[in-house]
Structure formats: structure tokens, C-alpha cells
Ligand binder design. Structure first.
Ligand code: CMP
Length: 133
């Protein structure tokens, strides 16, 4: 099974992406692909399509296209659930200590990383980010 873990632009801008990659590896996950990507608007809208009717959709698209992201393909048994548990709750205020969002998130939007939440989402999101490789 594969999932996508994506480090968001403000983290990359602040030079903290290396720490998150190291944290993922230290937790014994296997990164099978890794790429820095500048998402354009159309790509971001497709990526976050499930949220298109939410009031946070437009600012979310603007945020995620504000600079390059770092995308990782991670492979392993039950990796979707395991990575989501390492990532923590969407809102960093609710994320447990020791999780990526607790350590690096600053708001519900600027929550450091995105992780696929289902096999279908992982397939779609990996295709969007790594599709042309
Ligand atoms: P992510 O896991 O990438 O999936 C959708 C993203 O939308 C989420 O992380 C946040 O960046 C953002 N988001 C979710 N809920 C809210 C909200 N209530 N207000 C602003 N942004 C949100």
C-alpha cells in the first residue's frame, strides 16, 4: 500500500522540510519517491476537489500554490493509517504531542502537512503529484 505525505509551502519556505523528512525516516517509514513540486491553481483545485464547496477552499488553494511543496510517496503495510497517526489531527491545537502537526502546524490551514485519508485519495493524489514521472 502507498500513501502521499506532502509538506506544505510555509514549512518549505522556512527551511523545515528536512526535519520532517528526517522524522518520517526515523520512524522507520519507507519513502519510495520524493519530489519538490510547485502546484498550479488547476492542480491544487483537483487535489483538494473534495473540499470545493467549503468556505476555506479558495484560501486553501491560494496557500498550497504559494510556493513549492515537498511530496513523498511512502510505502508499507497499513501506511495510510500509520502516517495519519504520525501526522496528528487537522487542527494543530488538537494534535497530540509528538505528532508532526503538533510540532510544526501553526493554524488549521497552515497545518504543516497533508496525508491521504483513504486508498482512493492516495491513488488520486499520488497521480496528481507524481503522475508525469
Ligand atoms: P489537509 O489535510 O491538507 O486537507 C484539507 C486542508 O484544508 C487541511 O489540511 C487544512 O490545510 C485546510 N483546512 C481544513 N479545515 C479548515 C478550516 N476549517 N479552515 C481553514 N482551512 C482548513
Amino acid at each position: 500500500m502507498k500513501t502521499l505525505l506532502m509538506i506544505k509551502p510555509d514549512i518549505v519556505e522556512n527551511g523545515l522540510h528536512g526535519e520532517i523528512i528526517a522524522f518520517v525516516l526515523r520512524n522507520r517509514f519507507r519513502i519510495t519517491d520524493l519530489r519538490m513540486v510547485s502546484m498550479d491553481k488547476a492542480m491544487a483545485e483537483r487535489f483538494y476537489e473534495v473540499h470545493k464547496n467549503k468556505d476555506f477552499f479558495a484560501p486553501l488553494v491560494e496557500y498550497v500554490t504559494s510556493g513549492p511543496v515537498v511530496a513523498m510517496e511512502i510505502d508499507g503495510e497499513n501506511v495510510i493509517t500509520k502516517i495519519r497517526s504520525l501526522v496528528g489531527a487537522t487542527d494543530p491545537v488538537e494534535a497530540k504531542p509528538g505528532t508532526i502537526r503538533h510540532m510544526y502546524g501553526i493554524s488549521i490551514r497552515n497545518n504543516a502537512v497533508h496525508a491521504s485519508d483513504s486508498p482512493e485519495a492516495a491513488k488520486k493524489e499520488l497521480a496528481i503529484v507524481f503522475g508525469d514521472s
